[in-house]
Design a protein around this ligand. Structure first.
Ligand code: PLP
Length: 385
């Protein structure tokens, strides 16, 4: 099988599993326990936090471990907006982009439904980019928070986060970015990005599912969503997933050590794959930005097919990919992201996304490009029959 669905998830890396193993077995203590097993777990958690902080260029106290990207996004959007509204009830608007992951979009809608917020959605251009001008036009004195994702999970477009964040912060508005897809591929230094909050998920990087991180800048006020024993400095109660935190820290450290080199290499393979698919499939359209895109994502529409049929045909040939975002799988509605890019519903339902792990090979992508050509041709022929 050639797995080209790494934006959905990745296998746990051997080194990551090795780093986690002691905390799943012999060193199984609860970090809150006052005995040697508990202290060993607390030490491991502290080391994991320091390692994540090292990659993000922040202080360990600014790192909160969560149950994944979805929880990190929820905590950032709801937690910051609610804390600001509590301090000043006139702060009752949030700004998000039209291509956010549901973890951000639905958090904003929750604020609208239950806490009297208005949600200002900024559009993107046909390549999926949010322009600083669009953001500037949406900011108001009542804006409590801006959340714009670093890189999109369906089309791979990378946003100019540093420019957008500096714009929001010049008006005193905190800026959150969902870096779940960017982590491992793009620089994550939170000072250089100038963000107040940033979400990461472990399972996109070779750590297990169910662990994530939210960076929250020093003095940013945030209302916890999960109440209880006060772990994670009161920001996220619940006995910590020590092994998950250790795994995430290990995966993030490994990825950041080789990020520049791997990103360049995979981007070159991606470009060759895109060229081969566009040359081999008449009428194929690349979605997203031609250059400002994740090294790991190539996404297309193949008019005259259905994405689902192409997917099935590819799977028959041993190629695994995605017909849209896995998080929206099972839904028949056209992808809101592709709709936001101005792609008509009948074209959007022909979308297929190929996403690569750091170990992807040019041979695999050559094989995949030929399989795509044949799969689209066969779906089109069947459609005409
Ligand atoms: N944000 C983005 C951009 C994603 O792609 C995903 C998962 O696909 C998430 C958030 C959710 O992360 P998790 O699966 O860890 O909850």
């Amino acid at each position: 099988m050639i797995f080209l669905d790494a934006a959905a998830t990745t296998p746990v890396r051997r080194e990551v599993l090795d780093a986690m193993w002691p905390y799943l077995t012999g060193e199984f203590g609860n970090p809150s326990s006052h005995h040697s097993l508990g202290e060993a777990a607390a030490d491991a958690l502290a080391r994991a936090r320091a390692a994540v902080a090292g990659v993000l260029g922040c202080r360990p106290g600014e790192v909160t471990f969560t149950s994944g990207g979805t929880e990190a996004d929820n905590l950032a959007v709801k937690g910051i907006a609610l804390a600001r509204q509590a301090a000043d009830p006139t702060l009752n608007r949030v700004v998000i982009s039209s291509v956010e992951h549901p973890a951000v979009e639905e958090s904003a809608r929750y604020l609208e439904r239950f806490h009297g917020f208005a949600v200002d959605v900024i559009g993107v251009d046909a390549t999926g980019l949010v322009t600083p001008e669009a953001l500037a036009a949406a900011l108001r004195p009542e804006t409590a928070l801006v959340s714009v994702m670093y890189a999109n999970n369906e089309v791979g477009t990378v946003q100019p986060i540093a420019r957008l964040a500096s714009l929001a912060r010049s008006r005193g508005i905190p800026f959150h970015t969902d870096a779940v897809q960017a982590a491992g591929w793009l620089p994550l230094d939170v000072k250089a990005l100038g963000v107040d909050a940033l979400s990461i998920s472990g399972h996109k990087l070779g750590a297990p599912k169910g662990c994530g991180v939210l960076y929250i800048r020093g003095r940013t006020r945030i209302e916890p969503l999960v109440h209880g024993g006060g772990q994670e400095r009161g920001r996220r109660s619940g006995t910590e997933n020590v092994a998950g935190a250790v795994g995430l820290a290990s995966a993030l450290t490994l990825a950041s050590g080789r990020q520049m080199q791997v990103a360049e290499h995979v981007a070159a393979l991606r470009d060759a794959f895109i060229d081969a698919v566009l040359a081999g499939v008449p009428g194929a359209v690349l979605t997203g930005h031609p250059s400002e895109r994740l090294p790991s994502v190539a996404s297309f529409c193949f008019p005259g097919t259905s994405g689902e049929s192409v997917l099935l045909e590819l799977e028959r040939q041993g190629i695994v990919c995605s017909s849209g975002s896995a998080c929206a799988a099972g839904s028949d509605a056209p992808s809101p992201v592709l709709t936001a890019l101005g792609i008509a519903a009948e074209v959007a339902q022909t979308a297929v996304r190929f996403s690569f792990d750091s170990g992807v090979s040019s041979q695999d992508l050559d094989t995949a490009a030929l399989a795509v050509r044949d799969a689209v041709a066969s779906v089109r022929t069947l459609g005409r029959a």
